[in-house]
Structure formats: C-alpha cells, structure tokens
Design a protein around this ligand. Sequence first.
Ligand SMILES: Cc1cc2nc3c(=O)[nH]c(=O)nc-3n(C[C@H](O)[C@H](O)[C@H](O)COP(=O)(O)OP(=O)(O)OC[C@H]3O[C@@H](n4cnc5c(N)ncnc54)[C@H](O)[C@@H]3O)c2cc1C
Length: 442
Amino acid sequence: MKNKITILGGGPAGLAIAYYSNQNNLSFNLYESSNRVGGNCITISHKNFLYDSGAHRLHDKDAETIKIIKNILGNDLKLIHVPSQIYRDGCFIDFPLSPLNLLKFLGLRNFIISIFQIIKEKVKKKSVHNSFHEMAINTYGKKISYLFLIYYTEKLWGLPTTYLSPEVAGKRLKGLNIKTFILEAFSKKIKKTAHLDGYFYYPKYGIGSIFEKMSLIFQDQVNLSDAAIRINHLNYKITSVVFKKSGLVPVDVLVSSLPIEKMIFLLNPSPPIEVIESAKRIKFRNIVLVSLFLNKKSINMNGSMYFPSKKYPFTRIYEPKNRSEFMSPVDKTSLIVEIPCQKEDDFWKCDDKKNIDRISSMLIDIGFFKFKDIIDAKVDRITHAYPVLEKKYKQKTFLITDYLSQFKNLKMTGRNGLFSYTHIHDHMINGRKIVDSITKNS
Ligand SMILES: Cc1cc2nc3c(=O)[nH]c(=O)nc-3n(C[C@H](O)[C@H](O)[C@H](O)COP(=O)(O)OP(=O)(O)OC[C@H]3O[C@@H](n4cnc5c(N)ncnc54)[C@H](O)[C@@H]3O)c2cc1C
C-alpha cells in the first residue's frame, strides 16, 4: 500500500515533516542519502570531543518548537547565557553592536562621526532597501558598516554586498535603533538591552542530538543511505521516486527538502530547458570547518566570535565547551573555525593539512593558543550551507519555483528546498503547516 507521504531528506526540515506526520497518524517514509540524520545540523564526535557543523543555537522564536524539543530532550535541553563578540583590530566588541563598546573601540571623535552618519541616513527614511549594502549603510552609516558588516557579509556569501539581497541580514540588523544607541552610549545607568541576546537554548550533547532523538520516535520509517535518484511524474503529478536501495516507490504526496536545483535535475521527464538553465545558475555557499582540539582548559567565554576583517578568511569561530561542558574533556577545549567558500576555491580544494596549518598559525598570531597546545585537528566540508540570496533572487528563481508549484502533490520545504535563509524553528513551523494542509485535503 502507498504511504500517504514520501519525504526526501533527513535534515531538520524533512524530520519536521516526519514528526508532524507521525503526530497526525499519517503513514510516511523518509529517505536520506547519507548514513545519518540531521543534514547540515549535526554534532560530530571526534575522539573525546563533540562539535556542531558550525555554530548553532536554538532560537526561541516559536513556542511550539521549543515545547516539542523540550519534550524530546527533557533535562538535556538547557537555557544558556553565552553572549558573542566581534574581533576587530586586536579588540573584542560586543555582538550585536553595543554603543558603549563602540565608543571605546572608535574613540569619541569617530563615535560622534558614526552617530552623525546614522542620523543622516535615518533622515532619508528609506523603508525599502534594494541591496544588503543599502540596508547596512542606512541602518549603521558608512563607518560602522565598513568596519563590521560589509566585508563580513562579502566573506560569508561570496559576493559584493551591492549584489546581495537585504534578506541575507536575517534578523541581525534588527533590535538596535538610533534612540537606544544614543541613550545607551550616554546614559549613566548603562544596562545591556535586549539586543545583546546571549540567551538561547542548547542541548547538553550538541545541536544534532535534537534530530537524532527526534528520529528515534519514528525510526522504522527512516531509510538511511537511500538517496532519491529519479523522480517520475506525469501531467504535473509525481507518480513515483526511484531510490538507491528501496528501488521504485509509488507516491501519493511528496515532500522534498532537497536543494531546489537537485530536485529539478532528478525529475523524469526533464523540465523545460529554460528551467534547467535557471537551476544551473543558482548558487549555494559551502563551508570548510577547521576544528582544532587543544590542550588548554579554555580560550575565552564567547558564544561565537565574529571576524569582519578581510585579513582573515574565516567569518566565525566558536568554542563548543562554552555552550555545553560536555562538548570537551574537562581540562581541554576546542575551536571550530568556519571558512565560507565555493567549491572552486583553494580552501575547498586543498589538502586538510594545508588548511589546518594556515588557520592554526593565524589563531596563534591572534594569541588564542600556542602551537604546542594543539593535540589534534580535523577538517569537514559542508555543502549547501547557505542559498546565495542575490538581489532580486525571487525573480531569478521564479522559473524554478513556478514550475515546481504546478505539481499538485509536491510540497517543497527546508533552507535549500525553499531557497530561503531559514532556521530550525522555521522548518518546524513549515512542517506543521504542510502536514496540516495534507491532513485537511485527505
Ligand atoms: C554553519 C551553520 C550554522 C547554522 N546555525 C544555525 C542556528 O544557529 N540556528 C538554527 O536554527 N539554524 C542554523 N543553521 C541552519 C540549519 O542547520 C539549517 O536550517 C538546516 O540544516 C537546513 O535544514 P534542511 O533540512 O532544510 O536541509 P539540510 O540540513 O541540508 O538537509 C537536507 C538533507 O537532504 C539529504 N539529501 C540530499 N540529497 C538527497 C537525495 N537525493 N535523496 C535523499 N536525501 C538527500 C542531505 O543528505 C541532507 O541530510 C545553520 C546552518 C549552518 C550551515
């Protein structure tokens, strides 16, 4: 008998669909190409250390998501307080930007210039921004934007900020307005406001444990190492999927979290040539993770450290132990360095040793540790970490999204399936909505 729902991909988005299907007693099967669940949101184990596939936090943006994850993890989900900082020109500055720290970093003269630049931008009252560049300058003025945002964003997304959609900012440029900025800077009662949000939920054994535990609820329906290799369709209806191990599986409703370009290439018969050409043009950003395991108790107390300077190829470093003490042995720690890149870039292609050597020497220069402290190191490569949201990307992907939307029994979900800068809670909300609509129509 056909399952009601066939799910492609066992990352957070695919698992959210499985979770809600299970809750709603809908029959389903999930197929994941790799040998584990979690997609780009996993916790990797290396000897006595644990680390995530890049610095992850569970955002408290959707009460139901938090409730579900609390139920799944019980006491293993903790509310922690670990604020982050920006490292620039040898100094640490609070992230998100705090006026007091900026004042210290810039000096009074440059700080006042920056405030005037922000006021000048605010007077323009732009509510719509055409690019990330415009949005950054309009929010923070030229000086602060160039110091902290422009080069950082270019490193992260691999394009000049004038080419990028304002959506790449996520929620990062919110929560700091000119009033709080000036008040905080000059108020005697200096109090850190809500924008210094160092609080978040984090599991005892790393972010990936959420999805490992979740998948155990319906483990018989999870098929690992079973990639979709062809998706058959007729008259804008998906009829079946061919899997590497399971072979041909007839489909009632297909929910896919695969990257949209992959989806297009798997369809049989092939979509029109203009759709295929459009799929070939869209870009995803990858990340090389260089992890250094250290014979040192601690580096510092930061949640994450952000590196906006062009001098460094990495954007962010995090110390797993600061999120949960169970991530490293008591007397040791680790640093996980994120280097965004394309597959053509040297960081992606070169051998692990070269990556480890050049990153560790940069961190030794900064003063985080000494060469003798390095016990071990590892390199991981993450593909499809971010969909590259160029300016007017919705128009650029319209041919693909419009073509896929015509399939009556196909729903797309996930960061790369929807080509949007989404997070765990977004996948849960979307999973809930998709399964609701399937339940209502069945
Ligand atoms: C560095 C980094 C930091 C992040 N930080 C946060 C954070 O702090 N908070 C937060 O909420 N989110 C964060 N995220 C985002 C979160 O990890 C992603 O939203 C999430 O991984 C995307 O989930 P997904 O299920 O859409 O896709 P993925 O995780 O990419 O999962 C897709 C799955 O599909 C599988 N697949 C591919 N092809 C096939 C095929 N042919 N057949 C079957 N399966 C296939 C893949 O193996 C993969 O498992 C971060 C992501 C990165 C990369």
